[in-house]
Structure formats: structure tokens, C-alpha cells
Design a binder for this molecule. Structure first.
Ligand SMILES: Cc1cc2nc3c(=O)[nH]c(=O)nc-3n(C[C@H](O)[C@H](O)[C@H](O)COP(=O)(O)O)c2cc1C
Length: 201
């Protein structure tokens, strides 16, 4: 099958088509706060690591309506700081709960029964239940039609005890079970079925 994505019917259905095919995707579970310090949390699977020198990541919140950013993007624009928490199997349901649109002033983390822990280098806290948290400052936010690409400089990483060997920095696959976003509308995957494939020399 062929799909013209430059306009017409398939452009309108691009989310279904592309988000269903470009899988698995990691999930950035982003904590921010507004100018009053009210903490916000939301998941974003249009997300990946962008580089390591310097350490960078990016995620893409779509706008709510023309020119109106989601709370996460708005808070980052105003404070310049955020934390990307990574999501394992134990956090999956709570992560999903934080994607609900709550009335203003209601806290997604309380709604999902989650706790926060202070960050090391930025104002927004990390999610205490998450196995990994990457503290970021906003490098830049690109506005691309109705999408924004938030690019973050990773300043500090929290990794739960036991996830990796502190000497070698190698991850213990038995101790780290991230989930991935799969097919639309509600597919996810576990990552327990792994295999090694050394690169050719
Ligand atoms: C697993 C998952 C992945 C998501 N990925 C994205 C995404 O990449 N971009 C986006 O705009 N919304 C995404 N959403 C929806 C947002 O989480 C949702 O709109 C949320 O209410 C935004 O919250 P905020 O307004 O507090 O920023 C995703 C939801 C889930 C459950």
C-alpha cells in the first residue's frame, strides 16, 4: 500500500498511520512545574536520546489547539527546566493515569498515587517510583506546525540502586524493565525478550 502524506486524507490520519508503525518508542514521563511551583507530569512517546556530547534528548508535545501548547511545553518555556523520568513495567499504569486531562489546579501525580523526590540540579522534582530520571534544562524548543520539539541538555542522571553496575556502568537487564509504546490505540510492549548482537568490526 502507498500513502501520500503531503495532504488529503492520509495527512489527516498521519497519527494513526505513523505512530502505529514507528514502534517501539521509549516513553518520556516528564515532570515540570509552573511559576507558582505546581508540579505537572505527563508521558510523551515522541521521544528519544539525541546525542551524548553534550548529552541531549528531545520529545515532541503536540499543541492542544493552534498556538496553544500543552502544559508541559508551556512550563518548560517559562521555567527552562524539566525532568524526563523513564517508565518501567511497575510504573506503567500510573504513567497512563498521568496522561488524563485534569481540571486546572489538580495534580496528575496525586491523581496517580505517585510520590516525588527532589532533583539535584533543577527545580522540578523526579517521580520517586521511576527507575531513572534525567534532569534537563531547555536547550531549545522548535515550533513545527502543530508540533513542538523540546530539546533538553541532560545535566544530571538519577539511576535506582541495582539497575547498573557502578564500575562498568553496564545495565543489568534483570533489574531494568522499561516498557515501549506500540500500535495505536493502546499498545505497549515489555522489553524482557532481549538478545545480544555485537557490531561487526
Ligand atoms: C504513552 C503515552 C504517550 C504519549 N505521547 C505523546 C506525545 O508524544 N506527544 C503528545 O503531544 N502527547 C502524547 N501523549 C498525550 C499526553 O500525555 C497528554 O496530552 C497529556 O495530557 C499532556 O499533559 P500536559 O498538558 O500536562 O502536558 C501520550 C500519552 C500516553 C499515554
Amino acid at each position: 500500500m502507498e500513502f501520500d502524506l503531503t495532504g488529503g486524507v492520509y495527512l489527516a490520519r498521519a497519527y494513526k498511520l505513523l505512530a502505529g508503525l514507528v514502534t517501539p518508542r521509549p516513553i518520556a514521563w516528564v515532570t515540570t512545574h509552573d511559576e507558582e511551583g505546581l508540579v505537572n507530569a505527563a508521558p510523551f512517546s515522541f521521544f528519544n536520546l539525541l546525542g551524548t556530547d553534550p548529552p541531549m534528548l528531545g520529545f515532541a508535545p503536540g499543541d492542544r489547539a493552534v498556538g496553544i501548547p500543552k502544559d508541559t511545553a508551556r512550563n518548560i518555556r517559562r521555567t527552562g527546566e524539566f525532568v524526563v523520568n523513564l517508565v518501567d513495567e511497575a510504573c506503567a499504569e500510573a504513567m497512563n493515569l498521568t496522561s488524563a486531562e485534569l481540571p486546572p489546579g489538580e495534580n496528575e501525580l496525586v491523581h496517580a498515587g505517585l510520590r516525588t523526590a527532589p532533583s539535584h540540579s533543577v527545580g522540578p522534582p523526579r517521580i520517586a517510583e521511576a527507575p531513572v530520571a534525567l534532569e534537563c534544562t531547555e536547550w531549545s524548543t522548535l515550533e513545527m506546525g502543530g508540533n513542538r520539539l523540546v530539546i533538553g541538555l541532560i545535566r544530571h542522571a538519577y539511576v535506582r540502586e541495582g539497575v547498573l553496575d557502578p564500575e562498568t556502568l553496564l545495565v543489568d537487564p534483570a533489574a531494568y524493565a522499561p516498557i515501549g509504546r506500540m500500535e495505536v490505540p493502546a499498545g505497549y510492549c515489555r522489553t524482557r525478550d532481549r538478545f545480544d548482537m555485537p557490531r561487526p568490526r
